[in-house]
Design a protein. Structure first.
Length: 163
């Protein structure tokens, strides 16, 4: 299973954390070194390179629209969990405080709802929410800047998700 990216959105629809894991390119012929180091995705025919800000806005808009559609069609008790396209699978988890966790994976992955819940409980709450130096609100795009959270997330994805 491959994890492509991970996003956290606060209750004000601001992306407060984003992390991208891209499959390693098999060849760097024809690509500049900066494209490989920065992690930008190689473009295919008809595709353009988008910034991560654009990606996070598109992801949030998709999640927001699908979540509202599910609630209107199924009622307030129904929850949006995931959806699949021909290229990726999007997994979604929303906390009681309206913090939204989104993970994009390959098509073969099982439901990541429990993994997202564990990331929230064991990593986000422990290293971000309980940290007295971490802001409670993230105005103006100030995101999560916590080395312990980032290292623990990397280790979690490597050991639990990718194994």
């Amino acid at each position: 299973m491959v994890v492509y990216s991970f996003y956290i959105f606060d209750r004000h629809a601001e992306c407060i954390y984003k992390r991208r894991w891209l499959p390693r390119p098999t060849s760097t012929v024809g690509k500049s070194r900066s494209d490989t180091v920065s992690g930008s995705a190689p473009t295919g025919l008809g595709q353009t390179v988008r910034s991560t800000d654009d990606d996070s806005k598109l992801v949030f808009g998709t999640v927001f629209s699908l979540r509202n559609m599910v609630r209107k069609l199924g009622g307030e008790e129904d929850n949006f969990v995931s959806f699949t396209t021909s290229q990726y699978k999007l997994h979604y988890y929303e906390t009681p405080t309206n913090t939204k966790f989104v993970m994009l994976t390959d098509l073969k992955s099982p439901s990541m709802r429990i993994a997202l819940q564990q990331i929230y409980i064991n990593l986000f709450v422990e290293y971000v929410v309980k940290n007295p130096l971490s802001p409670t609100e993230h105005p103006g795009g100030v995101g999560v800047n916590n080395e312990l959270f980032e290292e623990s997330l990397e280790q979690f994805v490597q050991t639990r998700v990718l194994s």
